[in-house]
Design a protein around this ligand. Structure first.
Ligand code: ADP
Length: 149
């Protein structure tokens, strides 16, 4: 069984993230979405709220589960028995960052990272954009999955 983790902050989860998971499900039998506790990034939405929101999106789809983790990403992958890390890239900055992470994770845990390019129409969508809109009480429905609208 091919298993991947999709790690991230998901603060909040956007249609860009949703699309990566759905496309990842064509490659993997199971995806664990891992919400990492990030000591550096300041969180906007409480981590439990993010967990509940993402669980709501995937409902009882047995191919997806959502967990909070508080350790190295490679250790989390091992914990859930995943052989792959799934990530998305939008631009060259993402590419540089993802390449470094992929190399580190390969060295630390002998785990392969699979990168999917964003759909061009989602390339500008980020959690930061959605957070900014929220903070000004603007409509975010174009940027979040249907079940969160
Ligand atoms: P992190 O804080 O680890 O970067 P994010 O929640 O910001 O976590 O993103 C998780 C993953 O989703 C990253 O690989 C990121 O590049 C990817 N991602 C975010 N937005 C998009 C998008 N619009 N299209 C494709 N991939 C995306």
């Amino acid at each position: 069984m091919k298993k991947a983790i999709f790690p991230g902050s998901f603060d909040p989860f956007t249609i860009g993230h949703y699309d990566i998971v759905n496309r990842g499900l064509k490659l993997f039998d199971h995806i664990t979405i891992g919400i990492g506790r990030n000591s550096v990034k300041k969180e906007t939405f409480p981590i439990r709220e993010r967990l509940n929101a993402i669980q709501k999106i995937f409902g009882d789809d047995p191919r997806v589960d959502v967990q909070i983790y508080d350790c190295l990403t490679v250790d989390f992958a091992k914990q859930v028995d995943a052989q792959f890390i799934l990530r998305g890239i939008r631009c060259v900055e993402d590419f540089e960052y993802e390449r470094n992470m992929a190399e580190a994770n390969k060295q630390l845990g002998d785990i392969e990272t699979i990168l999917l390019y964003t759909r061009p129409e989602y390339a500008h969508i980020s959690s930061t954009l959605v957070r900014d809109l929220y903070s000004y009480n603007k409509d975010v429905s174009a940027f979040v999955p249907n079940k969160l609208k």
